[in-house]
Design a protein around this ligand. Structure first.
Ligand code: ADP
Ligand code: ASP
Ligand code: MG
Length: 406
């Protein structure tokens, strides 16, 4: 008998019929003799709808109340799925994150799981029940409801699997696995049978939202076998996230990730002195704005230009802070652009191959796409380009690196 954690995302539980479909799928695993814990997201669109309501009332909704609000979406689906399971003769019980006792820190909206009490869940499993757990939510030490960040149900599932030492954590979604790039942008994308944790982590952190970054981190750290599968198709093996295999030569490039959620800011003509980078980024960090890529130009005339990227949603706030900094530092001007995207090549095989960067730049230049910023690591190369070239750039790179489906 195996213990399986299955997670179903928003689209997979988007209607009553789909919830019934999920119930049938869960029952099949149960009938095959497995113990099953199911983690569900809110019905698709629901979390956004709730956030919209809050924004209609306040321009800066209270983070604690925001979490109380958005967690209701998952509370609906756990109840409905449990009812659907009971209807087909499968004993089931639902739990909110707080009821399980998924303990988190108190960072509302982006809380981290610190501990999970698995006693109640185990007791139910031992009694032959399916346990249905609300994704995305937990509770802090003072019993405030918290959430784990957008897409956080993936992390709930992996954390439950780690706590229960499950045999596998299965992420059921609306695609049948992890692809070489988002199949919605490049229909020629190929499904990968396997991808390493390291690559999956890069893909996720560079914008492939098929798995939340933290879920991949968690799975790697606690050795949770993780698989991405379709909730709409039967019989596929999906994509298994694995540890790097010895002996097998890794593909040069395993995938292309992109992030539309980007904006860049440049402060021009700052005095080129020690401490300037700190003076520019200090106030940005103090405002809790995450900075991604950073470029500082070589100085001419004792001044320099300094460019960095932030999340598009924080662009206006960052622009305002940077303008204040420019005034204090006596910089020439602040310019920005919130219509940019980041496109990245990812692959552990890159380590042993030179010339990937130049091949990437050549491909983009052939399409007349201007590269605005570049950053590299051992297993990825990222470029910032104008958002209007996203599709063109991704498809051209996909082809140039031999990723297109034959
Ligand atoms: P869920 O609601 O099930 O959590 P998500 O929308 O969060 O689903 O994630 C699935 C989506 O991720 C797919 O529909 C697909 O458009 C997108 N995606 C982005 N990059 C990839 C990739 N490399 N492989 C597969 N899907 C990807
Ligand atoms: N419902 C949450 C969201 O939309 C969590 C999730 O779907 O994983 O972000
Ligand atoms: Mg998701």
């Amino acid at each position: 008998m195996a213990l399986i954690v299955q997670k179903y995302g928003g689209t997979s539980v988007g209607t009553v019929e789909r919830i019934q479909n999920v119930a049938n799928r869960v029952k099949k695993s149960r009938d095959a003799g497995d113990q099953v814990v199911v983690v569900v997201s809110a019905m698709s669109g629901e979390t956004n709808r709730l956030i919209g309501l809050a924004n209609d009332i306040s321009s800066a909704p209270n983070p604690r109340e925001m979490d109380v609000l958005v967690t209701t979406g998952e509370q609906v689906t756990i109840a409905l799925l449990s009812m659907a399971l009971q209807e087909i003769g499968c004993d089931a019980r639902s739990y909110t994150g707080g009821q399980v006792h998924i303990l988190t820190d108190n960072a509302h909206g982006k809380a981290r799981i610190t501990d999970i009490d698995d006693a109640r869940v185990r007791a139910d499993l031992d009694a032959g029940r399916v346990v249905v757990v609300a994704g995305f939510q937990g509770v802090d030490e003072d019993r405030n409801i918290t959430t784990l960040g957008r897409g956080g149900s993936d992390t709930t599932a992996v954390a439950m699997a780690a706590a229960l030492k499950a045999d596998e954590c299965q992420i059921f979604t609306d695609v049948d696995g992890v692809y070489t790039t988002d199949p919605r942008v490049e229909p020629k994308a190929r499904k990968l049978d396997r991808i390493t944790f390291e690559e999956m982590l890069e893909m996720a952190s560079l914008g492939s939202k098929v798995l939340q970054i933290r879920s991949v981190e968690f799975a790697g750290k606690y050795n949770v076998p993780l698989r991405v599968l379709s909730s709409f198709e039967d019989g596929g093996e999906g994509t298994l996230i694995t540890f790097e295999e010895d002996g097998v030569e890794a593909a040069k490039i395993s995938g292309i990730a992109f992030n539309r959620d980007e904006a860049k800011l440049t402060i021009r003509g700052v005095p080129d002195q020690p401490g300037v980078a700190y003076k520019i980024l200090g106030p940005i960090g103090a405002a809790n704005i995450e900075v991604d890529m950073i470029v500082q130009n070589i100085s001419n005339d004792d001044t320099t230009d300094f460019t960095f990227t932030v999340n598009r949603g924080e662009y206006k706030k960052a622009h305002k802070i940077l303008t204040e900094t420019a005034n204090t530092l006596g910089a020439r001007e602040v310019v920005g652009d919130d219509a940019i995207v980041k496109v990245s090549l990812v692959g552990v095989g890159m380590r042993s191959h030179a010339g990937i960067a130049s091949q990437m730049f050549e491909c983009l230049s052939k399409e007349n796409i201007n590269i605005q910023m570049i950053s590299t690591s051992e297993i990825k190369i990222s470029v910032v380009i104008d958002e209007k070239y996203l599709e063109l750039g991704v498809r051209a790179l996909h082809k140039a690196f031999g990723l297109d489906e034959a």
